[in-house]
Ligand binder design. Sequence first.
Ligand code: R5P
Length: 308
Amino acid sequence: MERMTLLAGTANPVLAAALARELGVELGGCEVRRFPDGEVDVRLTASVRRREVFVVQPTCPPVNDHLVELLAVADACRRSAAARVVAVVPYYGYARSDKRHGRREPITASLVAGLMEAAGIDHVLTVDLHTTQIEGFFRVPVDTLSAVPVLCEALRDRVPADAVVVAPDAGRVALATEYADLLDRPLVVLHKRRESGTETRVTHIVGEVRGRACVLVDDMISTGGTIVESVGALRDAGARPDFTVVATHGLLLRDAAARLAAAGVGTLVVTDTVPPAPSPPPGLHVVSVAPILADFIRRTAAETRDAG
Ligand code: R5P
């Protein structure tokens, strides 16, 4: 670890501090301020020359600000002769823009990958990417860690024996299968149709839910709309009103926490890839990803040291 430096932008100071503790290192000197016009003002306060630099910065809301911070810190490291810059981006903003749904649309997740590479990022470490194809947008290595095992560990004593694991849409079947296998519960799949940019409707339920408790899984909870809609459909299909929700990225924007509580979600388990919501819902449990990130960073730093 002696040739590594851990830096952080302002996106998730709590996670950055937890990671520093796990690694037993100090967070390196990196000041991030704003110019009066809102531009990002970054300054490294210690040398990174010939060091392997890990920059902790999930690109969570405000996504654009946090992304530009990350790019500016990486650029500062590159211009200061860092040996390697590893971006630790536990939540990858714009991940949902990973394909074109119609003509004349961007693939912003790919654009972001290009920006990160242009800024001098040599390696990206992330957690539960929305889709693995995003790794293909990069030419530099991308390592995607899974938070599913630690989330299942936290769920183990909270999930009734008769529960089913529910994928809220076809895109989450692989993720839900992983949970179902680890929790040893049957899988149920919902088919949803997008009615508009913010509205979806569940049209089919594949699997038996009558009288069963439900564990709904997703990679992220943003406005809570997907889960609220799914809970409604499961209730209508006769599921027991005992709903647990688990997701890696608990953004919980706007009134998501209140909406989930009103829908009858009693337990919500998320990780700390993004900072905690200002008014967390009752029954929220936050599991830290700092240990799995630290483990990966230790191994990477050791490999680089051995190779050098
Ligand atoms: C969709 O593909 C994602 O996996 C999530 O289901 C979705 O982004 C969650 O957003 P919201 O909470 O706003 O419904």
